[in-house]
Design a protein around this ligand. Structure first.
Ligand code: HEM
Length: 561
């Protein structure tokens, strides 16, 4: 071997060493995926060693400097080439997931995924892949998407033993994690115990008057616009951001009052879009800030942080006497006797607004989009809510499926057809392999479930593409109609499900129950279902374009029920 090495000229030697280094690095990176800075550290160190080795060997002459530089450059090119080819060959032909069907490019890289997510249509892409390849699809090098009814509960249902995956790594710059980014099951359970105190029936009853007063403000704004075409999506957004600002930060954003969006909302949308790129390519997240990107975004970041800190400090000073979600997070945890550290509290206050605003707003937009195109359903709904209003003022906490079956049917249909957080949820079993209904899931596989795909699958819901609120009312559901409640997961399911589900339902019921009693909405002149559908985008939560609706007053004769 020594003879062989001696017989090699420096170029052959570098070729051989770069090839070996490329292959060894690949094996190392399979076990410990490096960040971009870690990778560049390894790469430039190897190049530097190559340079020095040749420079020292050949003496410090100008010729030696040139040839050593050339050899180091050659090392780099060969190393990267071998590493790349080794990764591609392994992922396509030798990877334990190679037997699962899926598009060829997805086996190699998640770059396409990041591109599609940024565009906001990744959930549709996954849906198409399931239609083409079946119930289990390899959607990335280490990634499997599932839509089989038996598999889904074992991934993200109550029986699942999986944890959240790398998508929930959180921001690399945050000083602490909000509950959303706590991936470990035991720690998450402890954080959720505190959060859940903020969404009990008695907690919701305390928030209800705040929602009522905000709805009165929306009602006043609508009254001033009777006979006009309004962008309904603006108003649901103003309402939901103000509601979450009030319950999370102790003050609304003044959006309903002023009829214009607050910069906090604009910033959140941009930040979510950027995040949607790096969650799929975690190795590049540390350089995102240094990439040439939106200058405005960089300026807004500072304003956003200052505003958030200011609001947080003001709210914290008010203590636990105010009836809002923040009070529950601030209070002492009864079980452990501890309190949340300030850094975590700060992140959780932001999470309330991020998780609870666009989601609720979009659910209302989806409901109205469907209702204005389904006259009969709209009439039935009006009849039910008119009768309920005749009994007294609307209270969201008393509008469950028994009291308001059609209203709840409409809301469920909107959430089924247009889940406000349609991105597939990611779970992993970590280090250990896992047998899932007879299929081997190798260690570190990311498993995904898409609420959108499940809800539009005929095996779960007959006439799945149609808006049929009656399907949620047992006595009105047509016979032999597929109706699989387990496949209805707009709020997720299992340990990591939506913390704010009860509050979201309260808001949706009270908004529709109050405002559709006072006003009638119909398709405006600029309403175009196709335009609406093509403008939908999801970067974690769904965003719609405008929903132009004609607003008219209702002369409702209250019937005592
Ligand atoms: C229609 C409205 C809403 C929908 C459709 C929705 C949907 C979801 C979904 C799909 C998840 C992820 C679940 C998973 O990973 O399995 C989630 C998580 C979460 N949601 Fe909601 N959400 C809504 C409203 C709200 C509201 C009003 C709040 C109030 C603050 C909220 C707070 C949260 C939190 C804190 C999490 C993280 C939970 C955890 O990791 O333990 N959501 N939501």
């Amino acid at each position: 071997m020594e003879d062989l090495i001696q017989a090699l000229n420096p170029y052959h030697e570098v070729l051989l060493l770069a090839t070996v280094a490329g292959l060894v690095s690949h094996q190392g990176f399979r076990k410990y995926e490096p960040t971009i800075s870690g990778f560049l550290g390894v790469f430039f160190s190897l190049q530097a060693i190559t340079f020095l080795q040749n420079f020292v060997r050949n003496g410090s002459s100008p010729e030696s400097l040139v040839s050593s530089t050339l050899l180091a450059a050659m090392f780099g090119v060969v190393y990267l080439g071998v590493l790349g080819i080794s990764i591609v060959l392994y992922r396509v032909y030798f990877h334990p997931l190679r037997h699962y069907p899926g598009p060829k490019l997805s086996r190699i890289s998640k770059i396409e995924w990041a591109y599609r997510t940024r565009g906001g249509h990744f959930y549709l892409h996954i849906d198409r892949l399931h239609k083409k390849y079946g119930d289990i699809v390899r959607v990335g090098p280490n990634d499997l998407a599932f839509c089989g009814v038996k598999d889904v509960p074992l991934i993200n249902g109550p029986m699942s033993k999986m944890a959240k995956g790398a998508h929930m790594d959180g921001s690399p710059w945050a000083k602490a994690r909000s509950v959303t980014f706590v991936k470990e099951r035991a720690e998450h359970r402890a954080r959720r115990r505190i959060w859940d105190q903020g969404f009990t029936t008695s907690a919701l009853q305390q928030y209800e008057p705040r929602i009522t007063s905000l709805l009165e403000a929306v009602s006043d704004q609508f009254t001033a616009r009777i006979g006009q075409e309004i962008n309904f999506a603006d108003w649901t957004s103003f309402f939901s951001f103000d509601a979450m600002g009030d319950l999370g930060f102790g003050n609304d954003f003044g959006m309903v009052k002023n009829g214009i969006p607050h910069m906090y909302k604009e910033y959140i949308h941009k930040a979510l879009k950027m995040r949607s790129v790096w969650i799929n390519l975690p190795w590049c997240k540390y350089i995102v800030n240094y990439l040439p990107m939106d200058d405005e975004m960089k300026q807004q970041t500072k304003k956003f942080v200052d505003f958030g800190n200011e609001r947080f400090n003001a709210r914290k000073a008010k203590g636990t006497t105010r009836a809002d979600i923040f009070s529950h997070l601030l209070a002492q945890d009864e079980e452990s006797g501890g309190r949340m550290p300030e850094a975590e509290l700060r992140e959780d206050a932001k999470a309330i607004i991020i998780a609870g605003s666009d989601t609720t707003s979009f659910a209302l937009v989806a409901a109205l989009f469907l209702l204005v195109q389904n006259e009969q359903a709209y009439e039935k709904l009006e009849k039910e809510i008119d009768a309920l209003n005749a009994k007294g003022p609307m209270r969201g906490t008393t509008l469950g499926p028994e009291q308001a079956p059609y209203l709840n049917g409409v809301i469920n249909e909107a959430l089924r057809l247009f889940p406000p957080a349609p991105e597939p949820t990611q779970r992993t079993y970590g280090e250990s392999p896992y047998i899932l209904n007879g299929n081997l899931i190798p260690p570190h596989t990311n498993c995904y479930v898409s609420s959108y795909t499940l809800a539009r699958d005929e095996r779960n819901f007959s006439q799945a593409e149609k808006f049929i609120p009656e399907r949620w009312i047992e006595s009105s559901r047509p016979e032999k109609f597929n109706h699989n409640r387990k496949a209805f997961v707009p709020f997720g399911s299992g340990l990591f499900n939506c913390a704010g589900r009860t509050l979201a339902q309260l808001e949706l019921r009270q908004f529709i129950g109050t405002l559709l009693h006072r006003f009638h909405f119909s398709a405006g002149r600029n309403f175009n279902p196709q335009d609406f559908l093509s403008a939908l985008r999801s970067n974690g939560t769904m965003e719609s374009g405008s929903l132009p609706l004609l607003l008219t007053a209702r002369n409702v004769k209250l019937e005592a029920a």
